[in-house]
Every structure is written in structure tokens, then in C-alpha cells.
Design a protein around this ligand. Structure first.
Ligand SMILES: C[S@@+](CC[C@H](N)C(=O)[O-])C[C@H]1O[C@@H](n2cnc3c(N)ncnc32)[C@H](O)[C@@H]1O
Length: 382
């Protein structure tokens, strides 16, 4: 029955919605809206939106094919003929002729005169960002897991490639993470960190802190960005031992040897160093179900100084269109990963309060698809 009033009948807004849904579902009404001059554009936009959602998988596969054949690199220097693209991508000419107009339709390339192509804006962005290309390739695996979404929804514990990939979170959580597993997921995280770090650093003045400890900081990409922007702050990460070891090496090679410490350990159970005045969790809390997220927050709370600041940055659920896109995507992604949740700021606040923190600020970023930011303090310290 849905939302009801006190008498058990649908309430007014639900009655209006029922009436509207019947009207919109009616084929005659749809024809009239599509013909009427004042509603024609609206009707067309609705049907294009619906088409995009319905065919989204095919569009993703077009993009995937473009990345896999190296199209963005082939066009890096300027316009290239269809024949030359076919040769360099090892495709029959007929297949290049099929793929390239589709790539144009999704906005990554555009025609450059007779039978030649150049990058369009979205293609130029993809060329300039290895992290986006890595994510597009990564989705080959995620989409295999999501090929049977109903099966996965009915049997959320089912074995998936995505859960195996994130060895610390899914089916193999607790078994220990091998060097190879850590290397594979950490490289993906590092390559996709640029855009996230810029959003966070523009949203919050990290420079007012003395030392940052990035918990689950991976190979140090966020700290490298923070350190470049704020040359005086100290930098430390706490991550699983194989990841911390790689972070140490990568940060030393990047010139941060004297400003950077890497601590290896388990952030659920091991003591966390207490000498930083700002603790960051970037794309970490969302990896874990509520019980584990709470264990992590409580362990942080136990370890850190009472005057410290905790910064949480990750995509969050909400009413903004970027938030809901992120929430729809991560909802299914985390299902495939068998762990984690895209939470609203209110849900994070509730976990924080249970763990002994008080939320002090919610900060919007320019692009919530990458991250929103929450600042919290140990309860009683504000
Ligand atoms: C999704 S990645 C995020 C990495 C980085 N913060 C970023 O945004 O690129 C999660 C990180 O948490 C680390 N991690 C997961 N479980 C952990 C545990 N029990 N103890 C310490 N680190 C852990 C992983 O090794 C990984 O580096």
C-alpha cells in the first residue's frame, strides 16, 4: 500500500503520485506530451535519459574498448585517419568503422575532416588521467560480477572477483594480504587519488596542522599531494605492512624521505601512533560494514590525542545529483565487493558518536562524486 494516513489509506502526496504515475504510464498521454510544443522537449529529454540508462552497459563497453585498444594514446598528438587507427589498434578496418562513430556518440572523439578523428573534451580528460583509464579497465572485472545482479542481491555472500581483488575486505578478510594483492589494489588507488586529493585539499585547510596521519593511506598519494601543498607539515601513514613498506619506498623516491613515516599494522586492533594532530581516513570507512567501521573508529579514538582532528573523506549518500549517482554506483560496487557502504553524513555522524567523536563540520566539495568531507573531534574536546 505504501505511505498511509492515520486511517490506513494512502496519504495525499501518495494519492497524487499514484494519479500521476497512472497518467504517465498511459501511452496516449505520452504521445500527447511528445507532440505538444510546450512539453515536446521535456518528453524527448526523458526518453533520451531513459535510453542512456537502459543502454548504459553498451556505452561502458564502447569506452572500455577505446581504452583497451589505446585509442586515447593514438590520438594524443592530433587527428588520425580511420585506416591508421585500425592498423595501430590491430583492428580490421570494418571494426574501426563500427567503433569510432560509437566513440563519437559517447563524446570522447570527434571527426577531423574526411575519415579522420581527433579527441573531444572527454577524451582529452581521459588521455590526461591514467587514474580514469585504470578505473575503466578495473570495471571489466566489476561488471562480470554484476552480470547477474539479482543473483548477487539474493545471495550477497556469493564469491566474486571484486571481493577477491580487495583482499582485506571481502571473502578473504582476516587471511592476511599478500604483497601481490596489496600491490595490485594500491596501484589502482594511487592512480585514482589525484582528483580526490584536490577536492579534499581545496575543501579543508590542512596547512593549519602540524602532522597528518593518513590511516589506510595506501602508497602515500594523498600525503604526497598534501605535502606538496603544505611544505611544513609532517606526514605519516598507517596501513597493512606490505602497503606501508611500498609507501616508504615510493615516498622516499618522491623526495619525502625526511618528512614521512610509514607504520605497518592492522588498524582494527593495533595501537595507532598518537603524535599527529590531524588523522585522515580517505576512502577507507566506506570499505567496511558498520560493525567493522565502528571497530576502526573506536580504535582510532582509543589511540589519538584528545585535541586531534579527524577528517573523513569519501563519496557520501545525499540529495545532490552527484551524491545520488555516487550512492547508486557504490551501493552495487560494495555488493560485489561483499563489504562496505556509501553512507550519508548522518549515518557517519551516528557511527562517530557511538565511537566517541563529535561531528564538528560537514564540508561540501566541488565534486561529490569523488568525496565529501566530514570533520570530527574526540567528544569532550571541543
Ligand atoms: C580503498 S583503499 C584507500 C587508500 C587511500 N586512502 C586512497 O584513498 O587512495 C583502503 C586502504 O585501507 C588499507 N587497509 C584495509 N584494511 C586495513 C587494516 N585492517 N589495517 C590497516 N590498513 C588497512 C588498505 O591496505 C588500503 O590501502
Amino acid at each position: 500500500m505504501g505511505v498511509t494516513d492515520n486511517g490506513g489509506k494512502p496519504d495525499l502526496s501518495q494519492r497524487l503520485r499514484n494519479w500521476r504515475n497512472k497518467l504517465v504510464a498511459d501511452a496516449g498521454f505520452q504521445r500527447r506530451v511528445a507532440r505538444f510544443p510546450l512539453t515536446r522537449r521535456f518528453a524527448r529529454k526523458q526518453s533520451e535519459d531513459m535510453f542512456r540508462v537502459t543502454t548504459g552497459f553498451v556505452q561502458s563497453q564502447i569506452l572500455f574498448a577505446c581504452v583497451e585498444i589505446g585509442l586515447f594514446d593514438i590520438l594524443a598528438e592530433g587527428a588520425v585517419s580511420t585506416q591508421e587507427i585500425a592498423t595501430r589498434a590491430s583492428l580490421p578496418l570494418s571494426s574501426a568503422k563500427r567503433l569510432l562513430p560509437s566513440a563519437r556518440a559517447i563524446g570522447v572523439i570527434r571527426p577531423a575532416g574526411e575519415d579522420a578523428w581527433t579527441l573531444d573534451d572527454k577524451g582529452a580528460v581521459i588521455l590526461g588521467n591514467e587514474g580514469i583509464r585504470a578505473m575503466i579497465r578495473h570495471h571489466g572485472m566489476v561488471y562480470r560480477d554484476l552480470a547477474d545482479p539479482v543473483g548477487l542481491l539474493r545471495e550477497p555472500g556469493r564469491q566474486t572477483e571484486t571481493a577477491d581483488y580487495w583482499a582485506y575486505a571481502g571473502a578473504r578478510a582476516g587471511e592476511g594480504v599478500s604483497d601481490q594483492d596489496a600491490h595490485t589494489y594500491s596501484a589502482l588507488m594511487r592512480s585514482s587519488q589525484d582528483l580526490v586529493a584536490t577536492e579534499i585539499l581545496d575543501a579543508y585547510p590542512l596547512g593549519k596542522h602540524r602532522k597528518i596521519l593518513d590511516i589506510g593511506g595506501g602508497e602515500g598519494a594523498f600525503l604526497a599531494a598534501a605535502g606538496a601543498r603544505h611544505p611544513d607539515i609532517g606526514l605519516a601513514t598507517f596501513d597493512l605492512p606490505p602497503v606501508a613498506a611500498r609507501a616508504q619506498e615510493i615516498m622516499a623516491n618522491a623526495g619525502y624521505k625526511n618528512r614521512f613515516e610509514a607504520h605497518g599494522g592492522n588498524f582494527f586492533t593495533d595501537a595507532i601512533p598518537a603524535d599527529a594532530d590531524c588523522i585522515t581516513l580517505v576512502r577507507v570507512l566506506c570499505d567496511h560494514d558498520d560493525a567493522a567501521a565502528l571497530r576502526l573508529l573506536k580504535n582510532i579514538r582509543r589511540s589519538i590525542a584528545p585535541s586531534s582532528t579527524l577528517l573523513i573523506a569519501e563519496p557520501m549518500d545525499g540529495s545532490d545529483s552527484g551524491d545520488s549517482l555516487a550512492a547508486a554506483y557504490f551501493g552495487l560496487y560494495f555488493l560485489a565487493m561483499r563489504s562496505g557502504a556509501c553512507r550519508s553524513p548522518q549515518q557517519i555522524q551516528s557511527l562517530l558518536e557511538t565511537a566517541g567523536f563529535t561531528l564538528s563540520r560537514k564540508i561540501s566539495t566541488r565534486n561529490p562524486l569523488f568525496a565529501r568531507v566530514i570533520i570530527a573531534k574526540p567528544t569532550g574536546s571541543m
